[in-house]
Design a protein around this ligand. Structure first.
Ligand code: NDP
Ligand code: KAL
Length: 257
């Protein structure tokens, strides 16, 4: 008998696949391999065809829905449609963040009020908006994960505004875990080490962060999106049934230094 959980006929929503390098795509593939029924959401119509080609490689047939997380009505419609078409929601992987590129370099305090509001809206508030919209449709023992980064716990050069957004996200995980625990819903975060994705492209000094981790982290190597995804599978399945309000670092142990 396999020690891995079987997710056959269980519906999981994966939000935040931009392309094949996305952490959310690794999570989708891992859930698919475990037999899950997948719903994949994308931010806008222009991302649909790319996602369709990716989804064609999955074993199961995925439901693809547009969901811009800055729009409450869109979030509500998305989750109502998911329930109508795919039944109770066993889990959600929220893998979404955005900040204006200009605020991700130089001096932290140079950011504007508008940049701050947008980054916090998309990268932190959206988790609560999504959980709220899914509330009537959760299965009895549902699980939600989000993706965070060390720059929310301590200063990492250039992460700037996104560090404040991740601190708000990490705190939201705790308040949501406390509120939704009595309803059987667990809420956790994975703090991933640096992974070369579209978001990481052209921001900060990404290469030096990768090589610093490789030289100093206990495991002396970087992590893959697949390693983040297998921790995701643990948290999203019954294997993680006793864990909520937690941040698990999948970063070769770098955060202990
Ligand atoms: P990607 O660029 O692949 O994913 C970011 C996703 O955010 C994209 O799919 C993008 O959608 C989505 N997004 C942005 N704005 C919106 C919006 N308004 N509505 C809906 N979706 C939106 O990068 P990653 O996979 O790296 O990022 C995923 C998560 O992992 C983020 O939370 C990030 O902060 C976190 N993380 C990443 C690390 C890394 O090193 N890569 C390290 C630690 C955490 P679209 O393309 O359709 O606009
Ligand atoms: C210290 C690190 C180096 C990088 C600094 C800041 C990274 C911030 C992440 C944030 C999500 C990036 C953006 O919002 C980029 C955005 O301004 C421009 N890109 C886009 O619009 C693309 C097309 C779309 C797909 O991207 C999004 N997000 O929608 C942090 C490194 C070491 C770790 C990382 C990358 C952490 C993280 O949170 O992603």
């Amino acid at each position: 008998m396999s020690i891995y959980p079987t997710l056959t006929n269980k519906t999981y929503v994966v939000m935040g696949i931009a392309n094949k390098r996305s952490i959310a795509w690794a999570i989708a593939k891992t859930l698919d391999a475990a037999g899950a029924k997948l719903v994949l959401t994308y931010a806008a119509e222009r991302f649909k065809s790319g996602l369709e080609s990716l989804a064609a490689d999955l074993n199961g047939e995925a439901l693809l829905l547009e969901c811009d997380v800055t729009n409450d009505a869109a979030i509500d419609t998305t989750f109502r449609t998911i329930h109508e078409q795919a039944g109770p929601i066993q889990g959600i992987a929220h893998s979404i963040a955005f900040a204006d590129k200009e605020a991700l370099r130089g001096e932290f305090s140079e950011m504007t009020r508008g940049q701050f509001a947008q980054a916090l809206d998309i990268s932190a508030y959206s988790l609560t908006a999504v959980v709220k919209a899914a509330k009537p449709y959760f299965a009895q023992d549902a699980s939600v994960i989000t993706l965070t980064y060390l720059g929310g716990e301590r200063v990492v050069p250039n992460y700037n505004l996104m560090g404040v957004a991740k601190a708000a996200l990490d705190s939201s995980v705790k308040y949501l875990a406390n509120e939704y625990g009595p309803h059987g819903v667990r809420v956790n975060a994975i703090s991933a080490g640096p992974i070369r994705t579209l978001s990481a492209k052209g921001v900060g000094d990404f290469n030096s962060i990768l090589s610093e981790l490789e030289q100093k982290a206990p495991l002396r190597r970087n992590v893959s999106a697949e390693e983040v995804a297998s921790t995701g599978l643990f948290l999203l399945s019954s294997m993680g049934s006793g864990v909520t309000g937690e941040v698990i670092h999948v970063d070769s142990g770098y955060h202990i230094l």
